[in-house]
Design a protein around this ligand. Sequence first.
Ligand code: LMR
Length: 396
Amino acid sequence: MFETLERFPVDPILGLISAYAADHNPRKIDLGVGVYKDEQGRTPILAAVKAAERIRLEVEDTKTYYPQAGNPVFNREVQRLLFGDDSKACAEQRVHTVQTPGGSGAVKVGAMLLGLARPGAKILVSDPTWINHKALLANSDLDIGSYPYYDSASNRVRFDDMKAAIAALPPRSYVLLQGCCHNPSGADLTLAQWRELAALLRQHEVVPFVDIAYHGLAIGVDEDVAYLRLLAVELPELVVAYSCSKNFGLYRERVGAVSVVGATRDIADNALSQILGVARRLYSVPPAHGQTIVGTILSTPQLRASWLAELTEMRERLNGMRREVAAAINARQQQRDFGFIAGQYGMFSFLGLSVEQIRRLRNEFSIYMVETSRINVAGLNPGNIDYFADAVAAVL
Ligand code: LMR
């Protein structure tokens, strides 16, 4: 029977984990998967996470199921984090948040909800977008297309082209927007652009599906969701996918959430019931460990403060490394200006190198990155930045 199966291609991002592990060059650099690393190149467990895990071990007295939507403390706290304490939509009980297995689970469940609400509807994703987005949206009864987003010549967002593509959508379509720290480009919209976008979406009756996987890693915890709070005021309905993988360092625990804002409480309640139905058919109920940690951190003032401090440290290291790498490459060559890296956010930027140049970096220097030339800035540190900049200058 299984002779009918063909080999599924190695994942362009996750496949780099084993390729990097198999390389014995002591100078090797991993700029592949979107995982945070400190100055020593480690991905340590956050102190707030360790403390919350200890609490869980002590106080947990049963392993019976949580309610279908997951741990209510986690759902409430993530909703507050996203929409703020003074959200009108939350006060009107038009918002529901449901725990999912990671941000990928949130994108999948959200996509299926969109397909159920309007079978066959058009949904546009940014060009380029995270490699897995289209795959997660597939088989959800949606017609997937894209809008222009990143201009690799100027390294800027193609905002006018993006708006034109959205304006051309039939009413009651969807658009997938990345909240902050755009994956793979690092180029984000400004708040003024989000405001313009909100007006456009309202005018054309396009519903946003916002994917937030790097919250807190751009400017700050409130700043990085300011646009979302704006959308929730300006628009009657939206869906949000959220990941706790990066900002809580909980990658392997698979912690995420999907939120839906409905035009009325009744509509939101119906949407919630559909989300629970989709989840039941996909994985029944989500795992509990990671969400309990996040729920405990966010609802315990001391742990919350500790998490915020650690998040600030991660963010500042990323932003500092951006400035340093841009300066280091610019100091070594005059062909191109890499200053744009310093003005972008999150883990990723495109170097703008050819596949041939990327393969040379890998084969001759043991520097690993996605073949689109996306680098994870977190893989750079004071110990390898000169080696990296020399190598880039050598292949340019
Ligand atoms: C990435 O883009 O590197 C991360 O989101 C990890 C993944 O699952 O692709």
